[in-house]
Write a protein that binds this ligand. Sequence first.
Ligand code: RRO
Length: 322
Amino acid sequence: MAPFTTRKRSSSERELPVNTEIRIGDTVFKNPVFVASGTFGYGTETDDLICADKLGAIVTKSITFHPREGNPPPRIVETPSGMINSIGLANLGVEKFTAEILPLYDSMNTEVIVNIAGTTVEEYLKVLEKVESVPNRVCGYEINISCPNVARGGIEFGVDPEITRSLTAQLRERTDRLLIMKLSPNVTDIVEIGRAAEDAGADALSAINTVIGMSIDIASRRSSIATELGGLSGPAIRPVGIASVYRLSRAAGIPVIGIGGITSGRDAVEYLLAGSIGIQVGTANLRDPGIALVILDELISYCQKQGIESVSLLTGAMDEAS
Ligand code: RRO
């Protein structure tokens, strides 16, 4: 596959061609900039807003076995340098997803990763089995063991290394496609959870999901969102994401995909230097659905200015404190 490069700029100087490809397991992604689950719908709704085929990958919103309406409104509130959400896993359910959405990916030219959530181990397995049972071109699964906004499931799995190990192993038995476990920052030791996923056969880790947060409206003395606690995202959590990627990438032998507050090429570079192989853009999509491609262009420009021929050379390339 030819390396993807930016459009020619007006400068008379020749631009260094930058190889943007990354590899996770057997899958080659055209670039390391993905869009994060829950911030880009199913990836099929944005044709007039962004050329999604230029993305490294689309991660779908979380799919559960049954359709879900989600939590009551208000479900989102803006907070300093970020926002809190409590969507509550609203989605079509796997039957409708496989019948109506999966076929639409056939005409797309980017990798698609299906994010799966559940309230029991059996539910995760049934959702994955359903997607596996029909012909489709998705390259793998991101397993959400870190949703902070549902009474059962989600984060319950991602706080316990033994449940993480068992769930990962059972999913591994059922697919040869990429298996990526999405980790929560709301744990005592994210490295312990990451190691359990790796031991059980995960191909990669993505880190981090949202940080538990709360915002109170002082006029009404009520929580600003209907469920009281929610998931904090955006630039406010970037340092938490960077530290998580840094620790995980040094402790685990599998690639880490960085998530949390990425709004620019500079932020993407910071995650790559900390140790991630790729990044996911989340909350920033809600303000500008085209921002991921701007971030990609800025990342390529950084490499050109620094004389870096391949973005993969940035992964873990920070100078360590002596
Ligand atoms: O739907 C949600 O409320 C939600 C999910 Br599934 C998740 O993984 N992370 C988050 O902040 N919200």
